[in-house]
Design a protein around this ligand. Structure first.
Ligand SMILES: [Zn+2]
Length: 423
């Protein structure tokens, strides 16, 4: 074999060599990040823009610096760290968030950011050059546990929330987002335009764990509608008021709750409806409740059924009010349309799961994620890994480290395809 042929053969072998992330290193990073804001109950609290959030950001940035990544901070405090490509073009972006709710687990959000970091470390280890640059992103305040709205960083990034409006959001102590961004030193001026976006996340639901699939190929995010409502009847004596003369607001709300469940079952197609809060008044043992305030949550993945479901929920609130001779009030407080991820990106994720021999299923996301706003900016997809018992937003949140490793390998495979691996 001549030297030229040998080189070509070696190049072919190299091209077919599959890179693999270092699962132990990923586990170490997850555990180290999990120490930041650790609580006595074994959970973690890193509310957005708190001291713990700053500490987590500083740790992440120190890891980025060690790798000589180009670090950018945008006006809402989103962090981007870019590994140079052969071309100076729009980067392939992977990411998620590192803020948490109060007493959360260590995987929600952190896996997407640290899995992406592990991908870059693996590219570094093997001296792999990509054609396009590759970026790790950590978005500000995904959880919305301290400042509303949730998904604030990605929403501002996508231009769906003005940065000045976001700056004015206040926590329970009256402190603003802008003050806290300045205090922790993460209000930047940079920007970054992605070519596409990939997010690895724990499922936060029981589907993958209960069906035994290793990977969720996420096709989109459910539409979410919220309402704050109330029924007003007449408070009266529980002993002297005959049943047929009552206007019992709590009875109306209870009836609504039961019929709401029946409506979701009748609509099917994985429709879910929930009365999450219900407060009667006067809330006394021997008084017919004259008032009952409630919240409603309706979710559905198909746009047509989402639209239909919203109007049926509203009609039901009215129908139940009439049946129980009650006045009603109803105010819609959230209306996030269903999101469908880019078909080619979703297909890519699916093909990589197949290539890696990982069992997978296509599924929608029941929870909101940064990816739903990124999908308005560039082709986007998500990868889910199983949440044991479907638990999340609690210290018991758990995903096996081998599933974390699988998820990071999925990112690695997709990124090499999307950014192009140079030989
Ligand atoms: Zn999350």
């Amino acid at each position: 074999m001549e030297l030229g042929e040998l080189l070509i053969a070696l190049r072919e072998i190299y091209r077919h060599m599959r890179l693999k992330v270092d699962g132990d290193r990923l586990e170490k990073a997850l555990r180290e990040m999990g120490e930041v804001g650790a609580t006595p109950s074994g959970g973690v609290s890193r509310l957005a823009l708190s001291d713990a959030d700053r500490e987590a950001r500083d740790l992440l940035v120190s890891w980025f610096r060690e790798m000589n990544l180009e670090i950018k901070i945008d006006p809402i405090g989103n962090i981007f760290a870019t590994r140079r490509g052969h071309e100076d073009s729009k980067p392939v972006v992977m990411g998620s968030h590192i803020d948490t709710v109060r007493d959360a687990g260590i995987f929600d959000g952190a896996l997407g950011v640290l899995g992406a970091l592990e991908v870059l470390r693996t590219l570094d280890d093997s001296d792999t050059e990509t054609v396009k640059p590759v970026t790790v992103a950590a978005f500000t305040n995904e959880e919305g546990a301290r400042f509303q709205p949730d998904m604030m960083g990605s929403m501002v990034y996508a231009g769906e929330l003005g940065v000045e409006e976001a700056y004015e959001s206040r926590d329970d102590d009256g402190v603003t987002v802008k003050q806290e961004l300045d205090r922790i030193g993460y209000r930047g001026e940079d920007s970054l335009t992605p070519s596409c976006y990939l997010e690895l996340h724990v499922e936060q639901g029981p589907v993958l764990h209960s069906t035994g699939h290793r990977i969720g190929v996420v096709e989109g995010v459910q539409g979410i509608a919220w309402w704050h409502g109330g029924y007003v009847g007449q408070a009266n004596h529980a002993g002297t008021t005959p049943l047929e003369l009552r206007r019992d607001a709590l009875l109306g709300a209870s009836d609504l709750n039961v019929r709401l469940r029946a409506l979701a079952e009748e609509m099917g197609e994985a429709s879910v409806a929930t009365m999450g809060r219900l407060s009667p008044s006067p809330d006394v043992i021997n008084v017919v409740p004259g008032r009952a305030d409630f919240t409603l949550d309706f979710r559905q993945y198909a746009l047509r059924l989402f639209t239909e479901g919203k109007s049926r929920v509203e009609a039901l609130v009215q129908e139940v009010a009439e049946h129980h001779k009650l006045e009603r009030s109803l105010r819609q407080s959230a209306d996030a349309q269903p999101v469908r991820f880019d078909a080619a990106m979703v297909d890519l994720v699916e093909s990589k799961a197949r290539e890696l021999g990982l069992s997978y299923m296509r599924m929608p996301s029941g929870a909101g994620h940064d990816a739903q706003f990124l999908s308005h900016v560039c082709p986007t997809a998500m990868v889910f890994v199983p949440s044991i018992g479907g638990r999340s937003h609690c210290p018991e949140e758990l995903t096996s480290f081998s599933d974390c490793e699988n998820g990071a390998n999925m990112l690695l495979e997709c990124v090499q395809q999307l950014a192009g691996r140079r030989l």
